[in-house]
Design a protein around this ligand. Structure first.
Ligand code: PEP
Length: 252
């Protein structure tokens, strides 16, 4: 039985006072938060150190980190820095990083390895663009984004969370249908099974991301291979985020 995850990716949103307001709202409603869902929020990294005592019961994540532990990389933060603040998760390879910051599959692999080496669990994002889906290359694209996993150890793979995020569904209001999402999630689990065996594949959480909202979350989370969501826009609004968390708690 895999514990569901609902993870909020705030991207470059919210001032510090808006951030405190969000966590206060969440705390005020904490009695509504189900115990059987892991709730994660990835705010801008600037806020992480200040939030380590404020965020309970929410787990904090970073949105990105550099592949090296330290050095002359102005403006960057490392996974060893995250670990030193007890940050347990880091989103890696988000399509916005791939698109706007030219992150290649090779770089994403290095970042995932840096996270694992520092005992930070990567939330590894993959997903095809609209053109790739229309050209029917989406399965190949996803396999190429994830293929380095076959060379990782069992211990490393166990600490990865995968997020399938079709690029055409991110921030567009267009969600993948539950059939489309389940088809890809099952494909990813089959890849994991081919590379590392069925037992390990069945332990890995695979999240769906892309315009996931209170009104479509339950249908998506009810799919057998969807283990929760990576939520952008709707994670900025406490009521919507809580509603999505509740959907994860009631999903089969
Ligand atoms: C995301 O950016 O990871 C995401 C899923 O965004 P949205 O929910 O806004 O589509």
């Amino acid at each position: 039985m895999r514990t569901k995850i609902v993870a909020g990716n705030w991207k470059m949103n919210k001032t510090w006072s808006e951030t405190l307001q969000f966590f206060n709202d969440l705390k005020r409603n904490s009695h509504e938060l189900p115990k059987n869902v892991e709730v994660i929020v990835a705010p801008p990294s600037l806020y992480l150190s200040q939030l380590t005592n404020e965020s309970q019961p929410v787990i904090l994540a970073a949105q990105n980190a550099h592949q090296e532990n330290k050095g002359a990389f102005t403006g960057e933060i490392s996974c060893s820095m995250l670990k030193s603040l007890n940050i347990d998760y880091c989103i890696i390879g988000h399509s916005e990083r791939r698109m706007y910051f030219n992150e290649s599959n090779e770089l994403v692999e290095k970042k995932v390895k840096a996270a694992l080496a520092n005992e930070v669990s990567p939330i590894l994002c993959c997903g095809e663009t609209l053109e790739e889906r229309e050209a029917n290359t989406h399965f190949d694209i996803i396999e190429s984004q994830l293929s380095f996993i076959k060379n990782l150890s069992v211990k490393e793979v166990r600490n990865i969370v995968i997020a399938y995020e079709p690029v055409w569904a991110i921030g567009t209001g267009k969600t993948a249908s539950s059939e489309q999402a389940q088809e890809i999630h099952q494909f990813i689990r089959n890849l994991l099974s081919k590379w590392h065996g069925e037992e390990l594949a069945n332990q890995i959480r695979i999240l769906y991301g892309g315009s996931c909202k209170p009104d479509n979350a339950l249908e998506l989370f009810n799919c057998p291979d969807i283990d929760g969501g990576l939520i952008g826009g709707a994670s900025l609004v406490p009521e919507d985020f809580i509603a999505i968390i509740k959907s994860a708690a009631t999903a089969q």
